[in-house]
Design a protein around this ligand. Structure first.
Ligand code: GLC
Length: 433
């Protein structure tokens, strides 16, 4: 079993990305009279199109008749989501009461007072329910700021019908993936070979971590004080990613794709391979959203060298955080206890192919039996983003903007890595001022 240690701490800053245009419900205060139920507002992004949020809310409300949960649909792009929340909470708004936030946010959200220190509200016995490493990932300066909701990891999804038809193996190396893709494209069985997330945003940092780590590269030195991204190993990884596009295995449009776009192309039956998170299994098998139901396989990501198989999967995932200005903290905590408990976590894993954070659920054989992603995650090697610093948003931006420029051909790969290193060092030094 791959251990879940090293899950990332994190950071956030106002990256100045476009606002999300959400209605942020500043008027959703409770009807907290002595008798009526209290309404809490939950800010959460859609998590693919699989209906997780409403399913969980209605079950919670059934078991907690004195609490109502009002859903605010957050942006799917984690950077846009973070920028919108940062504006909202730093203005002192009492809503949302609770929010689903990325695992790479704790360092900055804690240092900017955007998240409540949950250590004071939940006993040690509560934190013991989580898989190893996850609570550490939500901790900043010894306080825990988020309750792990679900874990994500990167996987390779493939069209098993097409591979069978062409008698091709499920690729274990990146070269094999390219060969498979080129054959399927040449034979006219599929339009695109491989789709993934190459837009200039956090998701590209995740994709980059996978190739770079497999090639032997790192972002920072061991003490986290200096960029090491500008290396020959990184260059090999970046040249390969760019070659996916120049060879036509990946469409040039991948440099604008985020998870929903990559997923949509794959679900439309237009790509042989997809890199995406665990929930892509549920999504690609959802008949309302997919034309490839029953035709999909899942495997660990490939490697550059067969001897290193399986490849690295970036650790992602989402925590539940509490707005420090919430007026309903005891209800917020009840929601957190329930959503990380057995019933909710089993639903997440069995119906939505998420990786549960609740360790007992994650290990439960009957849950594993119906979640092929969970069976696969035990085979993969996990790599966390360097999110332990409040400067992480700027570190990540230095990565994804330069990698994206190299991918779309506007910057030579070597120059992109050099510039990324310079900008990462700047971000780290500004943080230590
Ligand atoms: C997924 C991951 C999250 C990551 C994001 C990038 O939602 O869970 O950690 O930052 O993708 O797009």
């Amino acid at each position: 079993m791959a251990t879940l240690t090293g899950a990332s701490l994190a950071a956030v800053s106002t990256l100045g990305l476009a606002g999300c245009g959400q209605n942020t419900t500043s008027s959703s205060q409770s009807s907290s009279g002595s008798s009526g139920p209290v309404t809490i507002t939950w800010w959460a992004s859609p998590i693919a199109n699989v209906g997780i949020r409403n399913t969980l809310i209605s079950l919670f409300e059934k078991t907690h008749p004195n609490i109502r949960v009002k859903l605010v649909s957050a942006p799917t792009n984690t950077d846009t989501n973070r920028a919108a929340l940062t504006t909202e909470i730093s203005s002192g708004s009492t809503t949302p009461d609770i929010y689903m936030g990325d695992v790479v946010w704790p360092a900055q959200f804690a240092s900017a007072h955007l998240a409540l220190d949950l250590s004071h509200y939940l006993p040690q016995s509560f934190w013991n329910r989580f898989a190893p490493g996850l609570v550490k990932g939500a901790t900043y300066h010894d306080q825990v700021y988020g309750a792990p909701f679900f874990m994500d990891a990167g996987f390779l999804y493939y069209r098993k019908d097409l591979l069978e038809q062409a008698h091709l193996p499920v690729p274990k190396t990146w070269n094999q993936l390219v060969q498979d893709a080129e054959t399927l494209q040449k034979d006219g069985l599929v339009k695109y070979g491989f789709v993934w997330e190459g837009n200039a945003y956090e998701g590209l940092t995740c994709n980059w971590m996978e190739y770079m780590t497999d090639a032997g590269g790192t972002i920072l030195n061991a003490s986290g004080t200096k960029a090491t991204i500008d290396s020959t190993n990184s260059l090999r990884a970046l040249n390969f990613m760019r070659s996916l596009i120049t060879s036509g295995v990946s469409p040039a449009a991948v440099t604008t794709f985020e998870e929903p776009q990559a997923m949509a192309v794959f679900n439309a039956g237009q790509a042989a391979f997809l890199r995406n998170w665990d929930y892509a299994w549920a999504n690609s098998n959802d008949p309302t959203d997919s034309k490839v139901v029953g035709k999909v396989g899942v495997a660990p990501l490939p490697t550059f060298s067969a001897a290193n198989y399986p490849g690295y999967s970036n650790i992602g995932g989402w925590n539940i955080y509490v707005n420090p200005h919430s007026q309903h903290i005891s209800q917020d905590i009840k929601f957190i206890q329930w959503i990380t408990g057995t019933q909710a976590q089993t639903i997440l894993a069995t119906r939505f192919s998420e990786i549960p954070t609740n360790y007992a659920v994650q290990k439960n054989p009957s849950v594993r039996a119906v979640n092929p992603v969970l069976a696969t995650v035990s085979e993969v090697r996990l790599i966390a983003r360097p999110a332990q610093t409040p400067a992480y948003p700027n570190v990540s931006q230095a990565i994804y903007s330069n990698i994206n420029a190299a991918l779309n051909g506007s910057l030579a790969p070597a120059a992109a890595l050099q510039q990324a290193a310079t900008q990462i060092n700047q971000a780290l030094s500004q943080n230590s001022l």
